[in-house]
Design a binder for this molecule. Structure first.
Ligand code: NAD
Length: 260
């Protein structure tokens, strides 16, 4: 379906981004991976995707907190594939603490990686997309782009910001053949959430399994994790002809979290 297209997925060495990159590779797109991690593990991911799907898969080690790195990553993607058609802004970090105790350096890092990086990547990718008259921008927001939770002031602020960024980008590009949408997952069991489950188990003196159940049932009517593969399938759908007029939307995939 996406044969000949090139996609860049930020934060795709783990979790949701990995699932999204895999879904695009399965749909025939060439993929630029990005994110941190052990070099040998990342190379294994790259080779597995190439081998399984027969697409070209590259890797950029760009740090999403650095605008120059982001611009270079977009250039490297265009140089490798001759184009960048689909940009998935997905890299993200978390830190939890009450607002009056929230470390300033964590605020700055979360705003930089979870929000400003998407702006810099979109700005760098748009000239090529406009020239080709086709582009798809997908931002991994969160239910926390739509509603709030305690102790997540930087994350919630950044994710609400991503929803706003998505809407403005969609409006400005409405007649340029470029759509921009956000995906808003509820709980997805990735390393980012494992850390929160472990912290909860320690604080409450319960098992990791009990902490997992507590975490899910506190906010989500459906006590199941959303999967990276499910989010990947939704991202691929947003790049299909059927979704050509979907733009500026923030789509929950959240087990009913935001229906309440
Ligand atoms: P994860 O920790 O598994 O993956 C995060 C990815 O981002 C990794 O590849 C990591 O290397 C990369 N990354 C982190 N900092 C980076 C930096 N400075 N530069 C480049 N790459 C960097 O987390 P995840 O749960 O897969 O999260 C992915 C996205 O999904 C995030 O934006 C997160 O906010 C969002 N999200 C997650 C959940 C969830 O329940 N897991 C729910 C809603 C939204």
């Amino acid at each position: 379906m996406l044969k000949g297209k090139a996609v860049l997925v930020t934060g795709s060495t783990s979790g949701i981004g990995h699932g999204v990159a895999e879904a695009f590779a399965a749909a025939g797109a060439n993929v630029m991976l990005n994110g941190f991690g052990d070099a040998a593990d990342i190379e294994r991911i790259r080779q597995a995707m190439t081998g399984t799907y027969g697409v070209d898969v590259g890797y950029s080690g760009a740090d999403m907190s650095r605008p120059d790195d982001i611009r270079r990553m977009v250039q490297d993607t265009e140089a490798r594939f001759g184009r960048l058609d689909i940009l998935v802004n997905n890299a993200g970090i978390q830190h939890t603490a009450p607002v009056d105790e929230f470390p300033e350096d964590r605020w700055d890092a979360i705003l930089a990686i979870n929000l400003s990086a998407a702006f810099h990547a979109i700005k760098a990718a748009l000239p090529g997309m406009k020239r080709r008259g086709w582009g798809r921008i997908i931002n991994t927001a969160s239910v926390h782009g739509l509603v709030a939770s305690v102790n997540k002031v930087a994350y919630v602020a950044a994710k609400h910001g991503i929803v706003g960024l998505t809407k403005v980008t969609a409006l400005e590009l409405a007649n340029a053949g470029i759509t921009c949408n956000a995906i808003c997952p509820g709980w997805v069991r990735t390393p980012l959430v494992e850390k929160q489950i472990e912290a909860r188990a320690q604080q409450a003196g319960v098992s990791v399994d009990q902490a997992k159940q507590q975490l899910l049932s506190e906010k989500q009517p459906m006590t199941e994790f959303t999967t990276p593969a499910g989010i990947g399938a939704l991202a691929v759908f947003l790049c299909s002809d059927a979704a050509a007029t979907m733009t500026g939307v923030s789509l929950p995939i959240d087990g009913g979290w935001t229906a309440q």
